[in-house]
Write a protein that binds this ligand. Structure first.
Ligand code: WTA
Length: 653
């Protein structure tokens, strides 16, 4: 489908046949035509303060109105200065005086099949009671609270309860290891942990509480661990420190007025991998983040009162934060949560859920789509998916084949696909089609969202020609941008605001086609995208060298049919040791212990030495080519020792 045509100046401008969105969506969409979008987008860039002030007034309930829309001292933004609000009141209280009061806020299905329906009224009660539990256990405004739970409604309740009293949550994905929990507890100085005995995965209960126990062992700073009973497995409770969720809730009052918080009050810290061994704790604040999540969720998914919105991301990731929880609830939508894996008990679990619950909006990741393709169309075709009206994709570039399958087999060509490009740092969608109106280009996230000013530039910050690849930057601040890296403002500045002068540097490469559509190529830094999850090569390398037998390690990404990228590592062992399959397995387990199962290497190659430049830098580019089974091309003149290269190739062959 992709064609290439030569421009007047002779360089190649890729174009794609665009696919028109089904007309019935535009008829009821909020933004009715591409022309209307263009006009609004232009206005939003011409007068950002006016535009965002209007959006903030229309979409958010303020306790006290803001005085100034933006104070920008690069790289530090303050949005909606002087305004006061509460995120949980926006997600709950404001719906109680409307017809939404008895509408389902959350419909949840556990992996064993247990179903819960929680109305706005009930969710409000649960959040207020849990906020009182937090208070009784000593949690105060600005205290950091680690949430380490399965993807169950209590995760949303815990997040909203923190937001209600001004505590700062940091959700840690349940697949991360004890060491990762410990790093995060220490980095953000948390005194409290909310966890569960365990959760269900692939038909089996797994334990979470022992992981917390190990992660925080010896850490005096932890004052309380609140434990949800989910699986009923035997769980050790440490007296004085650990309490049960249900016991604390039993006596808790449902009366808890929302704290009046400054627009810039910290809302949460979420860790993501960067190009060093240490994950970055991105800090998001109250007013701007809530506006970004609310507005994008409403416009990009065309939320209507009758929708059932299912974002399949775990709450441990930014997508779960912004769309499963904050964006959906702030709009008064019904959000769906599923605890387990897509292929249990059979590969049609997702399709079965969509059919039984009549899901209308379905938002998932390309890696999941590719694994569904592999499982076979018959699993989809068994089910009536006619309730679906809008599809979404996030986490990595969606390859056009997967796009087409998603569009045709899942959506029956009735449902447009919103391919949303954004990041933990951006808080909300940045480049995305809008329902009904944006011509779809399979594989491209298409056009900027309102108020977003992206560009593709060269290393000096000069815009490249249309069709050429460059670095993706954002030229203006936006409300839901992360404010800093918690505790490391210097790293925040260096990572995002120093690479390209005056711009936010995304870390992604991209090109823009003749239609103005943005095509994201992928990361240009040392971050891999494995199954839509960001994994830093340096993190994996430092996990490997912490093993007693490892002298040196290099991690690279190689193409993978389902995961997008797979993790290949090259390991040099300490003097006199030799590698075998047993040691490979030991190293895989070691990485799982240090980071989590998601970072386990797919391929481990033992080597006597790593290819390095004369100044001692590992030449990852060469390793990548070798690991992918490609001919080593490109410049090797900086390589220090050519023997290393031929030995490595000999191993791979
Ligand atoms: C990648 C997830 C292409 C990108 C919301 C980005 C995408 C990183 C897309 C952020 C998309 C996310 N098309 N690439 N639609 N969405 N990415 O922080 O490389 O987990 O920088 O946020 O995922 O990952 P993060």
């Amino acid at each position: 489908m992709a064609k290439k045509k030569s421009s007047a100046k002779g360089h190649i401008v890729p174009t794609t046949t665009l696919i028109k969105q089904p007309a019935h969506i535009a008829a009821h969409a909020r933004i009715k035509s591409l022309a209307e979008y263009k006009k609004l987008h232009e206005e939003s860039l011409r007068s950002p303060a006016t535009f965002w002030a209007r959006m903030a007034k229309e979409n958010i309930s303020w306790i006290k109105p803001f005085k100034k829309t933006l104070v920008w001292r690069e790289p530090h933004a303050q949005w909606f200065v002087g305004g006061r609000l509460n995120v949980s009141a926006n997600c709950l209280d404001r719906h109680l005086s409307t017809e939404r009061r008895h509408k389902a806020a959350i419909i949840a299905e556990g992996e064993p099949g247990d179903i819960r329906v929680i109305t706005y009224q009930q969710l409000h009660t649960e959040v207020c009671r849990f906020a009182n539990v937090l208070k009784k256990n000593g949690v105060k405004s600005r205290d950091r609270v680690i949430i380490y739970l399965p993807n169950v409604p209590e995760a949303a309740i815990a997040m909203l309860a923190c937001a209600r009293i001004g505590a700062v949550h940091s959700v840690v994905f349940g697949g991360f290891s004890a060491a990762a929990v410990r790093d995060r507890v220490q980095d953000c100085g948390a005194n409290f942990v909310i966890t569960a005995d365990g959760g269900f995965r692939r038909g089996q209960p797994f334990a979470l509480k022992p992981v917390v126990d190990e992660g925080i062992s010896g850490l005096e700073q932890i004052r309380r661990v609140i434990v949800l009973r989910r699986t009923g497995q035997t769980t050790h409770m440490q007296p004085e420190r650990d309490v049960w969720w249900h016991e604390e809730m039993a006596g808790a009052s449902a009366e808890c007025p929302p704290a009046s918080l400054d627009a810039e009050h910290p809302l949460f810290i979420l860790y993501t991998s960067g190009s060093t061994g240490k994950p970055k704790g991105l800090l998001h604040t109250t007013g701007g983040y809530l506006l970004g999540a609310t507005l994008t969720c409403k416009l990009v998914f065309d939320l209507k009162e009758t929708d059932l919105f299912w974002c399949t991301a775990d709450v441990g990731w930014i997508t779960g934060h912004s769309y499963t929880v904050y964006g959906a609830l702030s709009n008064g939508a019904t959000t769906f949560m599923y605890e387990g894996v897509p292929n249990h008990p059979q590969p049609d679990r997702f399709w079965d859920i969509i059919e039984r619950h009549r899901v209308t909006i379905f938002y998932t990741a390309p890696t999941a789509i590719r694994s569904f393709i592999r499982a076979g169309d018959q699993w989809v075709k068994k089910h009536d998916l006619s309730s679906l009206r809008i599809l979404g994709s996030v986490g990595e570039p969606i390859n056009p084949e997967a796009w087409r399958w998603y569009y045709e087999v899942v959506g029956g060509k009735r449902c447009p696909i919103m391919d949303t490009w954004w990041q933990t740092e951006t808080g909300a969608h940045m480049i995305t089609p809008l329902p009904g109106i944006t011509p779809m280009a399979p594989g491209s996230a298409t056009l900027p969202f309102l108020g977003v000013d992206p560009a593709v530039v060269d290393a000096k910050g000069q815009p490249v020609k249309r069709g050429e690849q460059g670095l993706l930057v954002i030229r203006k601040p936006w409300p839901s941008m992360a404010r800093t890296i918690y505790g490391d403002a210097a790293r925040y500045k260096k990572t995002y605001w120093s690479e390209i002068k005056g711009c936010y540097f995304t870390g992604d490469g991209a090109r823009q086609d003749a239609h103005g559509n943005f095509w994201i190529i992928g990361r240009v830094d040392d971050v891999l995208n494995i199954s839509g999850h960001r994994i830093g090569t340096a993190e994996v390398e430092s996990a490997l060298v912490s093993h007693a037998k490892v002298a040196e390690a290099a991690a690279v990404g190689i193409p993978h049919e389902i995961k997008g990228q797979a993790l290949a590592v090259f390991v040099t062992l300490k003097q006199g040791l030799t590698g075998d399959d047993a040691l490979r397995e030991e190293l895989r387990q070691h990485v799982a212990r240090e980071i989590g199962a998601i970072a386990k290497p797919d391929k481990i190659t033992f080597t006597e030495a790593l290819p390095k430049t004369r100044s001692g830098k590992i030449m990852r580019r060469l390793l990548k080519e070798i690991a992918s089974g490609n001919e080593v091309k490109g410049d090797v003149t900086t390589l220090d020792d050519f023997n290393v290269l031929s030995k490595l190739k000999a191993i791979e062959d």
